[in-house]
Design a protein around this ligand. Structure first.
Ligand code: COA
Ligand code: MG
Length: 303
């Protein structure tokens, strides 16, 4: 079972770790989660220095986002172990999670888990660092059930459609676009990953949409993943943040109605009734599970 705290991740903003300007900008934004990137947003030549910039940014800036994460290079690269060691040694106490890229199997995640075990002991860290993991390789998608179950540090899986489309050799437009495939080219991988997450008590998160000048396209993709049960979506630009924070927040009217249904159902149970009519809708034990999911999310977001 997962041992990590439950965190809001309606929006996860990607911030290139080699850009002091963007690190500073991200610290002042109001959103649930940011990840400071050492992977694809950082050129190979800039990766070693970006680690130090991320450590300084974590330690020195005042961060408004609640959850602070660092995205590391995958276990097949020469950078992965140094990414973890340098960032955790330099700023482990400021770090909530590490995000692993391009995981192909449970063993990849367990490598990160064991290295964190060792570093937390060595550094005597007060906090337990969680793991977030991208499913963006066809092997990772094939092994998603085992990956989702492999570590009690794992807090979420993210469907990374950019690398995933390359891994499957899909023929699409920009990252996150659906290529006009009827009815929805992301239906199967999103659905599959979301089920694996839910079966293991972790959060499913939707990946990036590269065309940040197309808020309608971004909103449509966010709404689709919300309906499927995902809890949030990446932003690659500040203009996408507010959209994701809004789309993944339960509607206030739905929250009010959920509270009303729950109260009516509690009352009905006391009267020995299992199914009741609330404003023309049948409410029973199954509907109360659905309602409770919504209320749990509302609680998490302080709504
Ligand atoms: N995080 C923090 N700040 C960001 C940002 C991000 N991801 N993207 C843009 N900004 C800042 C810019 O620095 C600029 O700041 P300013 O107002 O102080 O000048 C402001 O937001 C507006 O940016 P804009 O000029 O519209 O975009 P840009 O041309 O500077 O940057 C990208 C466009 C795509 C290069 C940039 O958004 C980016 O690098 N995104 C992240 C890429 C990434 O992480 N990829 C890997 C994961 S998929
Ligand atoms: Mg990727």
């Amino acid at each position: 079972m997962i041992k990590q705290p439950r965190r809001a991740r309606r929006c996860q903003l990607s911030v290139p770790g080699s850009s002091e300007k963007m690190l500073t900008k991200a610290a002042g934004l109001t959103l649930d989660h940011v990840f400071l990137d050492l992977e694809d947003a950082v050129a190979p030549s800039a990766k070693p220095s970006a680690r130090g910039m991320i450590v300084d940014a974590l330690n020195d800036l005042e961060w408004k986002p609640k959850t602070l994460c660092v995205r590391i290079n995958d276990v097949d690269t020469e950078w992965c172990h140094d990414d973890i060691i340098e960032v955790v040694t330099g700023a482990g106490a400021r770090l909530d999670t590490i995000m692993l890229t391009k995981a192909k199997s449970a063993a990849d995640v367990q490598f990160v888990h064991l290295l964190l075990d060792q570093l937390e002991k060595k550094l005597n860290l007060p906090n337990r660092i969680g793991i977030e993991c991208l499913i963006e390789e066809v092997e990772g998608m094939m092994n998603v059930d085992a990956i989702a179950a492999c570590s009690d540090r794992l807090e979420c899986l993210i469907f990374g459609m950019g690398d995933y489309s390359a891994s499957q050799q899909m023929q699409l437009g920009h990252v996150g676009e659906t290529g006009g495939y009827p009815p929805d080219v992301w239906h199967y991988p999103r659905y599959k990953m979301t089920i694996a997450c839910r079966a293991n008590g972790i959060d499913p998160v939707d990946g990036p949409y590269a065309n940040f000048r197309n808020p309608e396209g971004y909103t449509k993709e966010a709404e689709r993943s919300y309906v499927l049960g995902m809890v949030g979506k990446w932003a690659i630009h500040p203009s996408q943040v507010e959209i994701a924070q809004r789309v993944f927040s339960p509607d206030p009217e739905a929250i009010a109605s959920a509270r009303k249904q729950k109260a009516a159902y509690t009352q009905a149970l006391e009267e020995g009734l299992g199914a009741i009519n609330v404003d023309g809708v049948m409410v029973d034990a199954a509907s109360i599970r659905i309602v409770q999911n919504l209320l749990d999310r509302a609680d998490l977001y302080g709504m």
